[in-house]
Design a protein. Structure first.
Length: 236
């Protein structure tokens, strides 16, 4: 386990704001065809990804309110099973028949509140989460990663000017989480690559492929050793 914070020079709240703004700009630009387009999430359209983000705020706010028991009780009343995946599917299904403008407004409002409240608490405060008490700053990095991943899932544009720094913070957070979780993967930064070893298997991954591996987005048929693929998936 890392004893110092290797992410201290990064501001998770600024990153969260930037990724939310990217998604908002993209969603605001879509026509009906754009909303129906398949996303990189298997079985989900772009509209479904929005529904997921909006519905996920139920969990985010329950964490902020210290009321996960209330959320879990509500889900039990609704007959929602299947753990996290079941919750995700339920939140999407709940919003498929609603006007997309309403879902977008719901997400904007709820996420803006989440970002404001997380920033007000500060990175060193502690938040109740499904995995137990956890630092607000690190939880915000998890939200950052999810928003960046879903931004890529739906094709939200990333400018050339920000692409490099965006990829690098995602690499660094992936390395942090692998260490935090005690993964069997030994991963080290090199110039533009991450060197990975799992048992006897080794690979040198470009930054972008390492990020895709950590969030479970490597394309089907990727030649990376399956043992390494499994060990690196820590953020999805």
């Amino acid at each position: 386990m890392t004893t110092t914070d290797p992410l201290r020079d990064l501001d998770p709240f600024d990153i969260f704001d930037a990724e939310a703004a990217r998604l908002d700009r993209f969603f605001s630009s879509l026509d009906d065809e754009g909303w129906r387009r398949p996303s990189r999430c298997a079985g989900w359209s772009v509209r479904d990804v929005l529904g997921h983000l909006a519905g996920e705020e139920l969990y985010n706010h329950a964490c902020l309110d210290g009321d996960l028991d209330g959320l879990f009780a509500m889900l039990e009343r609704e007959g929602v099973g299947g753990g996290y995946n079941g919750f995700n599917e339920w939140t999407v299904e709940q919003r498929r028949d609603r006007p997309v403008a309403d879902v977008l407004a719901e997400w904007r409002g709820k996420n803006a509140e989440t970002r404001e409240r997380m920033r007000a608490l500060g990175r060193d405060a502690t938040l109740t989460t499904g995995a137990g008490p956890y630092p607000v700053g690190l939880q915000t990095f998890h939200y950052d990663s999810e928003y960046a991943t879903h931004g890529d899932d739906v094709g939200a544009p990333v400018s050339d000017e920000e692409a490099g720094a965006r990829t690098l913070w995602r690499v660094r957070f992936g390395l942090f989480v692998l260490d935090e979780q005690g993964s069997g993967a030994r991963a080290e930064l090199s110039d533009g690559h991450v060197d990975v070893r799992v048992g006897e298997a080794a690979a040198r991954l470009p930054y972008a492929e390492f990020v895709d591996a950590t969030v479970g987005r490597l394309p089907a048929g990727h030649p990376l050793d399956p043992e390494i693929v499994s060990a690196l998936r820590c953020l999805a």
